[in-house]
Design a binder for this molecule. Structure first.
Ligand code: GLU
Length: 491
């Protein structure tokens, strides 16, 4: 399906991609994909002091990581300054804007006075009624002028927001806002309207914090005799304490969640639900299904709460259910990031073994960090023993003898498969008159360093016979050498 629908995501590179920005990008992307339209990426980098090229790079990377590929752009506002100046001039010529010679210091004094008298401040229109002669004189004096939009004296501006419904603003509540600063730089309003017009944007989808900007921008479209796009503002995102989401609540950038081992699929699914409830109230929704059913009209205007526990749950759901082929490259990245590049150094861990290992572990992972972390023993011999597990499962003095014996028998088990290894262990337990569970738990600690791990025989198969035998022997040695020193110190 092809349509004329064109939306844009317009981040300012003054910070990393925030989860709120990512949600905006996602909704634009879903809307465009659903409708067969296009998403344009625009970098709003006209704030020279605060915009940084490396932040643009980071934003692009985060969008790509999330899988939100744009169709056109990135378009950089900093490369379009002439266009903005021309538009300001046009509005000035048409009498819809005027030069304002008030200096920042003058404005500041007036604002402070209004504040001290508890009057709401808005620009008082000092330069509104200057004659052309006045302007010439001021210019001749070397005074620099900003350009202000002339808001009509009376009347109202209204619009129908797809999410927030009917919105109406009385012009008396708006001030003559600045379009072009005296240094020739555009304000946000000028850049946005010029670009949205030039890019033929049909739907402006952005955070609810922009609602108050919309009437001003609509007035500009009208002054330019241009069609106004349709607006959809997205609900604010709050922390669990119902305050606006901020660093106080923890990580707020997409990159930080990536670093914490969150899967892009999980984050996308989580962000999609911050304001939108897909049909059937399902929580886990595949991206194709989101595209199919996305509907701005179904977006709620109530604030959305960013619930970290839900994100953690979703992440483990995705880790469990994604095809191992999808996880494998991500796990490898994590491993190499932790210095465990190819798994075991002796080359025993073939690609296929690695695949089996990840397949075995994925249902237990909460984040990708678990692979080099809690699951470390599956990828390197340099792993630690959990002191609690040691205390609990290696307390019996007979354990060392049992583990040694088990090592010998595993070395001779044929075939070394699930049934074979299990039979060996159970036979040994019976012969020695111990519960199989005791032996299983002791062996699990020996092989993984942990008290909790996947089924022991599965673990044995992914580790391979040689490693199983040597780890059981080492555990036995360790136990013997630590006797009398207190086993639980072993680690
Ligand atoms: N650059 C603006 C921001 O980061 C977005 C402007 C818009 O969407 O109109 O919030």
């Amino acid at each position: 399906m092809v349509s004329d629908i064109r939306v844009r995501f317009a981040p300012s590179p003054t910070g990393y991609l925030h989860v709120g920005g990512a949600r905006t990008a996602l909704y634009n992307w879903l809307f465009a994909r659903h409708a067969g339209g296009l998403m344009i990426l625009r970098i709003e980098d006209t704030d020279v002091d605060r915009s940084k090229p490396e932040l643009t790079t980071a934003i692009l990377e985060s969008l790509e990581w999330l899988g939100l590929k744009w169709d056109e752009g990135p378009i950089y506002q900093s490369e379009r300054l002439d266009r903005y100046r021309a538009m300001a001039l046009n509005l000035e010529r048409a009498g819809r804007a005027y030069p304002c010679f008030c200096t920042p210091a003058e404005l500041q004094t007036k604002r402070a006075k209004a504040e001290s008298e508890r009057r709401p401040w808005k620009y008082d229109g000092t330069c509104r009624a200057l004659t052309e002669a006045d302007r010439e004189r001021l210019r001749a004096e070397g005074k620099l002028a900003a350009v202000r939009f002339r808001v009509p004296d009376s009347g109202v501006t209204t619009f129908e927001d797809i999410v927030f419904g009917h919105i109406e603003v009385d012009h008396r509540d708006l001030e003559d806002f600045v379009l072009l600063r005296s240094d020739g730089h555009p304000t946000y309003h000028l850049g946005v309207v010029a670009d949205d017009l030039d890019l033929r944007i049909t739907h402006v989808i952005r955070g609810a914090d922009h609602i108050s900007n919309t009437p001003k921008q609509i007035l500009m479209y009208q002054a330019l005799e241009a069609p106004t796009p349709i607006f959809a503002h997205l609900p604010l995102i709050l922390g669990p304490d119902k305050q606006r989401l901020s660093k106080r609540h923890g990580a707020t950038s997409v990159g930080a969640y990536r670093e914490q081992g969150v899967l892009p699929e999980a984050l996308v699914n989580f962000l999609a639900l911050l304001g939108w409830t897909p049909r059937g109230q399902k929580e886990i929704v595949a991206i194709e299904e989101m595209i199919r059913s996305f509907d701005l009209a179904a977006v709620s205007k109530s604030n959305a709460v960013f619930d970290l526990e839900k994100l953690a749950w979703m992440n483990s759901e995705y880790l469990r259910s994604l095809p191992v082929e999808r996880l494998l490259p991500l796990v490898k990245q994590e491993l190499s990031g932790a210095g465990l590049a190819m798994g075991f150094k002796d080359g025993e861990q073939t690609e296929e073994k690695l695949r089996q290992t990840v397949f075995l572990l994925q249902s237990r992972a909460r984040t990708l960090k678990d692979f080099p972390g809690a699951f470390r023993a599956f990828f390197t011999d340099d792993f630690a023993f959990d002191p609690e597990a040691v205390k609990k499962y290696w307390k019996d003095a007979a354990v060392a003898i049992l583990l040694d014996e088990l090592a010998g028998r595993m070395a001779a088990t044929e075939p070394f498969d699930l049934a074979g290894t299990e039979r060996t262990l159970r036979t040994l337990a019976e012969e020695k008159g111990v519960k199989a569970g005791v032996l299983i738990n002791a062996a699990r600690v020996a092989l993984t360093g942990q008290g909790v791990a996947p089924g022991l025989f599965d673990v044995m198969l992914v580790l391979g016979r040689n490693r199983v035998v040597s780890r059981l022997r080492q555990a036995a040695d360790r136990l013997r050498s630590s006797e009398g020193h207190g086993l639980s110190q072993g680690n």
